[in-house]
Design a binder for this molecule. Structure first.
Ligand SMILES: [Zn+2]
Length: 143
């Protein structure tokens, strides 16, 4: 599911793949099955399904794709346990997202284009913040 990688950084093909995967996971939950075969613990997977599904769904609307939610937002929240715990990918450390983004960028040139632009932007902003901080230190006479 490329946990922690925002849907907006994912190409059409991989977004479709994620949508298929989460829809299957949700279907399994609906039948009361345990989600297996995933590297992450069952509970974490369950909780992250809701956020992942909504993130991908919102992005698909933005891009004009015709994805349809398999059931109501409230039912998905209930099935995944999100309603009870409000745990989501927001709780996932940023490093996991960055690591998964880099793995995806190495596999797919279409994703790489969006991912590299995004992280370059972050790096650019970090550099800018550093420069501002350095200037402030000079002004304060600390350098
Ligand atoms: Zn891709």
């Amino acid at each position: 599911m490329f946990h922690g990688v925002p849907a907006k950084l994912i190409c059409k093909k991989h977004l479709g793949g994620i949508w298929y995967e989460i829809s299957k996971l949700l279907g399994a939950l609906r039948k009361g099955k345990k989600i297996t075969g995933h590297e992450v613990d069952h509970q974490i997977i369950r909780w992250s399904i809701y956020a992942r599904m909504m993130d991908v769904y919102e992005e698909s609307k933005e891009r004009g794709y015709k994805y349809k939610l398999p059931s109501s937002e409230a039912e998905i929240a209930e099935l995944t346990g999100y309603a009870q715990h409000s745990l989501s990918e927001d709780n996932m450390p940023a490093e996991i997202g960055a690591y998964n983004a880099m793995k995806l960028a190495m596999r797919c040139p279409q994703c790489a284009e969006k991912i590299l632009a995004h992280y370059q932007d972050i790096a650019g902003r970090c550099k800018l913040l550093q420069e501002i901080e350095l200037e402030a230190m000079v002004e304060r006479g600390e350098l």
